[in-house]
Design a protein around this ligand. Structure first.
Ligand code: ADP
Length: 555
């Protein structure tokens, strides 16, 4: 059937095609044409008329490929003739670029005619492109995240500055670039290349030769020198001749640069605290391999991490040097102070001895002179113990804490030591209760154990002024312990973990003297004897320091 279904179209143009159901074609949303075997159009449906915006009359009787745009013509003609000759169907996609539209064309032969059906797939194509974009974006984000994780590992390693940067450039090639390098500025305006990698090692050598002939300079108008000077990223997604001439200082330089074959680059500054430490540069030498903004973001992220790692490394080295300088100063100073102090102490002792016969003699001024000498002796003893602490710090830091172990009863030693503090306790208004009746034998260093007790007791007197102090000694099968409890100022829970650090002072410096070394030394001694020190304290309620020592000693 024919005529009826075509009532709304131009009947004259619809051929009465031997039993072919053109009504069906009339209603199809796809455009349909059929032609004679030589390509002459016999029929086009309304969808095709609409597509061309031209009536059938203008299309029928013409060669089919002549009515389509030039870009489609050759392949349509070629396929059409093949289908007409062989009877084999064909299908292909056509992109109509000026309007960003896509079509799929299907050709088949029937009843000596060739049918061409065209369906627009622009919507599907766009969706596909979006999905592909999303997919690519996700893949890229995943790749970038994986790369940054690897890079962070390298950056966190305890390697030397240049070694870290070399590893980083090796890591960037090839995932991010064909070549990668890091350059640092020098004070004299020159630039030092600290690391370089390329997928083809011979390019590294070639680039070196190039830079020997044409060294990078901080006053370069563009490129790495400029990035180092300004701290601003430079990004060329596709290096064209005009870029090369902008970068080149002269024709020879430009030529040599072109020979390196760079097709795109990103150069990002390694910045920290407003200072440019260097520049990380990614280059592509593969034609067609371009950079995008996403690559720039990644390079900048990488540079940020690298800069902060380098900065940390530098700060760490500086801090270590400062600590070394401080320790060596302390060591020298404490030795220098100790020598005259020892002879001063001996002289004051001798002086006091000489004054003894005058004491209570009634000689005018004798008593007050003795009192002054006693005061000098007390101050000297305080000074000596501060200098001893400093000496201990330098010894311990230098790993020279040697223990002289002997059989010792901790209870007896404590009983013997406590009376030596009588004067200090009395001055501070502290009553001392001692519980050390049971023996607590072990094998420890006498002088060091004395030092521990002395430090804990001095602190209890200092921070528990006017309140009673309890000293307890006990032992069981495996350990002996000594605890010193005061009812003084106490220590806030959040500060307790800092107590045993070197130079740590928690109490107000105005009210309490001290170097913040006593507890650190105590802990070093206790650790050296395989023991441990515990603290229980509450602000305003007082503190208990307990030292536990193993018995017999391990090992
Ligand atoms: P310092 O010579 O400053 O006393 P220490 O290492 O002996 O140094 O002690 C470190 C800090 O711990 C002190 O500055 C003080 O704040 C706190 N501290 C030590 N012992 C006590 C205590 N018995 N009661 C309260 N605070 C204490």
């Amino acid at each position: 059937m024919t005529g009826q279904g075509l009532a709304s179209s131009n009947d004259a143009c619809v051929p009465d095609a031997e039993g072919l159901d053109t009504v069906l074609w009339e209603q199809l949303p796809e455009s349909v044409a059929f032609c004679a075997a030589d390509g002459v159009c016999l029929y086009v449906n309304p969808a095709l008329e609409r597509g061309f915006g031209r009536p059938r009359g203008e299309l029928l009787g013409r060669l089919l490929w002549d009515v389509f745009p030039e870009s489609l013509k050759p392949q349509l003609q070629e396929r059409f003739l093949r289908v007409a000759a062989t009877g084999e169907s064909a299908e292909f996609e056509w992109h109509f670029a000026p309007r960003e539209r896509w079509f799929v064309k299907r050709l088949f032969r029937s009843h000596g005619r060739v049918y061409v059906i065209s369906r627009e797939i622009t919507g599907e194509k766009k969706q596909e492109a979006i999905l592909r974009g999303l997919y690519d974006e996700t893949r890229r984000a995943q790749r970038h995240a994986a790369f940054l994780a690897q890079a962070s590992e390298v950056l966190a390693s305890s390697l030397e500055h240049d070694e870290i940067l070399q590893r980083l450039t090796n890591l960037a090639v090839p995932p991010l670039a064909d070549g990668c390098c890091v350059d640092v500025p020098m004070l004299d305006g020159r630039v030092r290349r600290v690391a370089m990698a390329h997928i083809r090692p011979e390019v590294v050598a070639r680039t070196r030769v190039f830079h020997e002939r044409h060294p990078l300079r901080l006053d370069d108008a563009a490129g790495i020198g400029k990035v180092l000077r300004t701290g601003v990223t430079e990004f060329v997604s596709e290096l064209r001749p005009e870029h090369v001439s902008q970068l080149a200082r002269d024709a020879d330089h430009g030529l040599a640069m072109s020979e390196l074959g760079v097709t795109a680059y990103i150069s990002v500054p390694l910045m920290t605290r407003g200072q440019v430490l260097g520049a990380l540069t990614l280059v592509n030498t593969t034609p067609g391999r371009r950079y995008t903004q996403a690559d720039v973001r990644l390079a900048e992220d990488l540079a940020r991490r690298a800069a902060s790692s380098l900065d940390n490394g530098r700060l760490y080295t500086e801090a270590q040097e400062a600590v070394r300088a401080r320790d060596s100063f302390l060591s020298v100073a404490s030795h220098e102070l100790n020598t005259p102090l020892t002879s001063l102490t001996l002289n004051v002792q001798a002086l006091r001895k000489q004054l003894e016969p005058w004491h209570d003699s009634g000689v005018p001024g004798a008593d007050s002179t003795t009192a002054k000498v006693v005061a000098v002796q007390r101050q000297l003893s305080r000074l000596s113990s501060l200098v001893r602490e400093l000496l201990d710090v330098s010894r311990i830091t230098a790993g020279r804490l040697r223990l002289e172990r002997e059989d010792l009863d901790l209870a007896a030693l404590t009983r013997e030591m406590v009376p030596r503090f009588a004067e200090e306790l009395a001055r501070a208004g502290c009553a001392l209760r001692l519980e050390a009746s049971e023996p607590a034998p072990g094998h420890w260093d006498r002088l060091r154990v004395e030092q521990v007790l002395q430090n804990l007791l001095s602190n209890a007197i200092k921070y528990g002024r006017g309140r009673p102090i309890d000293v307890r000694v006990g032992a069981d099968e495996t350990r002996a312990w000594l605890s010193v409890t005061d009812e003084g100022v106490g220590i806030a829970p959040e500060a307790q973990h800092r107590l045993f650090q070197r130079f740590e002072r928690l109490a107000s410096e105005r009210h309490y003297g001290g170097l913040g070394l006593g507890l650190w030394i105590v802990k070093q001694i206790v650790d050296a004897m395989d023991g441990r020190i515990l603290v229980r304290s509450a602000p305003g309620k007082g503190s208990t320091f307990t030292v536990e020592l193993p018995r017999p000693p391990r090992g």
